[in-house]
Write a protein that binds this ligand. Structure first.
Ligand SMILES: Nc1ncnc2c1ncn2[C@@H]1O[C@H](COP(=O)(O)OP(=O)(O)OP(=O)(O)O)[C@@H](O)[C@H]1O
Length: 266
């Protein structure tokens, strides 16, 4: 592995995705973005509804082909050789449901076999214990609460001990207590495994707490990036929520910030 791949878990160059729709013509969901994600970091992908976060994550996973540009994950070109990277990464989203009728154990076991794991039974039980799911293992997945489903989705995403974990809104629609539990779990997982985590989130407190680095998207472009503390100081704000609103509403306080932001986003 070259030095670059060791430093960067993700490297995207001029990544673009256009969707063609019969009714409204072409939509440019991701518009020539270039960015890196440092290995071992927790990086937040932020932006308003429709900014292009899910499309970006789908290209990182190799689920969507870019219209143009390149994307490298763990040193692997995801357009040409994604099968070399997929066993080393995983993904969780509250919007992707596991088959409802299968029990939690059956679902996790099926995924364990799909990932080609050895010792699937033991791994399922270990994760069930870590994520406090043991008593739900024989229950159909469809009958679980949102918080329980999120923990099952996370267990599925951790089965193969991923070096890169992509999370789309990991605490969406969870109560504050359950959301806090998930965040604490993710902090511990990152500390213990050294994994890289890229998370898309609309929860600014979550991002301030978990992320070392933040990529801000608007209309398919990365319009700023930096550490939460760096962004607060650059925008002269006391919370990331205010920074988010400044960026989402294109309300940079004077030209200096616009220029600094453009430099940071490069
Ligand atoms: N399959 C598709 N066909 C056509 N347009 C799409 C498709 N998927 C997404 N889009 C459009 O691409 C743009 C980016 O969508 P995307 O889902 O990536 O944004 P997002 O940042 O994840 O939004 P949200 O926070 O609402 O989930 C939007 O304008 C959306 O309408």
């Amino acid at each position: 592995m070259d030095q670059c791949a060791k430093q960067h878990a993700i490297r995207a160059e001029k990544l673009t995705k256009r969707y063609g729709t019969a009714r409204s013509g072409e939509v440019t969901a991701v518009d020539g973005i270039s960015f890196t994600v440092a290995a071992g970091s927790v990086t937040g992908l932020l932006g308003g509804n429709g900014a292009g976060k899910t499309t970006t994550i789908s290209m990182l996973l190799g689920l969507l082909l870019p219209t143009s540009g390149t994307v490298e994950v763990l040193g692997v070109d995801m357009v040409r050789h994604r099968h070399a990277a997929l066993p080393r990464m995983n993904f969780s989203s509250p919007y992707v449901e596991l088959p409802h009728r299968l029990t939690v154990r059956e679902n996790l076991t099926v995924y364990g076999h799909l990932y080609g794991l050895k010792g699937v039974k033991g791994r399922v039980e270990e994760l069930a214990e870590h994520l406090e799911l043991t008593r739900f293992l024989e229950r159909p997945s469809g009958g679980l609460s949102a918080g329980q489903k999120t923990r099952v989705a996370l267990a599925k995403a951790l089965l193969n001990r991923p070096e890169l974990l992509l999370l789309d809104e990991p605490t969406a629609s969870l109560d504050p207590d359950t959301a806090d539990w998930i965040r604490t779990y993710l902090e511990r997982y990152r500390f213990e495994s050294g994994a890289t985590i890229l998370l898309a989130s609309h929860n600014m407190l979550e991002v301030e707490r978990l992320c070392d680095d933040v990529l801000m998207m608007r209309q398919g472009r990365i319009v700023d990036r930096g550490s939460p503390a760096g962004l607060l100081s650059r925008y002269g704000r006391t919370s990331l929520e205010e920074v988010f609103l400044d960026i989402a509403r294109d309300r940079a306080n004077g030209e200096d910030i616009s220029r600094e932001a453009a430099d940071a986003a490069e």
